[in-house]
Write a new protein. Structure first.
Length: 261
């Protein structure tokens, strides 16, 4: 049987892999990366979860395979950009760093699409007051989130046994039902859009809040990669320069759904 051809995109944007965290969905992330080729690959922060690895390192062969995959993509001509976030903030100590012509580690990148639009690519913890000014509280929240992910994994196994094919997230449900969390997400998105406008960009591509999104506010576009702990989402740019949101769970259900703006 012939191997399935990889899907090519002009650019691929992913964030919040959280390698080293027990909830990281490394098997599916590796499957996604193996299913694509691209001219530009962006890791938009929190690729590594150094916060969790300080307490306990959860690193396996799949984590190593993910790093090998992106390095192989770079060796084959993909331009790789890593913009660190708060969970891998130690990487910021060595920025800016270029490795050869194809790997760049930097705080932010201006990505120009095929259609000429400029997007600010940055993780987004810069817009999070709690992370920026109360790191100890953010780390407590990270621990609680880890517990929710563990419980969510158990619930998902039960749902599969019962015949449910769609993915349901306990932590996403809790966030959706929490008024303060919903308000925070709205404030975060507004701050991100205003920052992109101040930088004279046509939009922003970020991560951090684990909520994939793609929409316009006037002439500006807000795009969030989501994460590879729960939502398994990525943003891609097609050859025409348009952004699309990919939900990998749709692929697991037998149908990949692209959600263009």
């Amino acid at each position: 049987m012939l191997a399935q051809a990889r899907k090519h995109y002009r650019a691929v944007f992913t964030s919040d892999w959280h390698l080293g965290f027990r909830g990281a969905n490394t098997v599916q992330l590796l499957a996604f990366l193996k299913s694509i080729t691209c001219d530009y690959l962006y890791v938009v922060g929190d690729g590594l979860d150094l916060w969790e690895m300080v307490k306990r390192v959860r690193w396996d062969a799949t984590c190593t395979a993910i790093l090998r995959r992106i390095l192989k993509m770079a060796a084959e001509g993909t331009k790789l950009f890593w913009t660190p976030g708060n969970h891998d903030e130690a990487v910021r100590l060595i920025m800016p760093l270029s490795i050869g012509d194809d790997i760049t580690i930097t705080d932010y990148v201006i990505h120009v699409t095929a259609s000429g639009r400029k997007f600010l690519v940055v993780h987004g913890d810069q817009f999070d007051f709690i992370v920026g000014h109360m790191e100890w509280l953010a780390k407590i929240g990270s621990t609680l989130y880890g517990w929710l992910i563990t419980v969510n994994g158990i619930l998902q196994l039960i749902r599969v046994k019962l015949g449910f094919k769609t993915y349901w997230s306990l932590s996403a449900f809790v966030k959706a039902k929490t008024k303060r969390a919903t308000s925070f997400i709205g404030d975060f998105e507004q701050a991100a859009i205003k920052y992109a406008e101040a930088k004279d960009c046509d939009g922003i591509i970020c991560g951090h809040i684990h909520k994939a999104a793609l929409y316009s506010v006037g002439s500006l576009q807000y795009a969030n990669c989501g994460d590879w702990v729960e939502s398994l989402t990525a943003l891609v740019e097609n050859d025409a320069g348009d952004l699309e949101l990919i939900r990998w769970y749709d692929h697991l259900a037998g149908q990949v759904t692209h959600n263009p703006l």
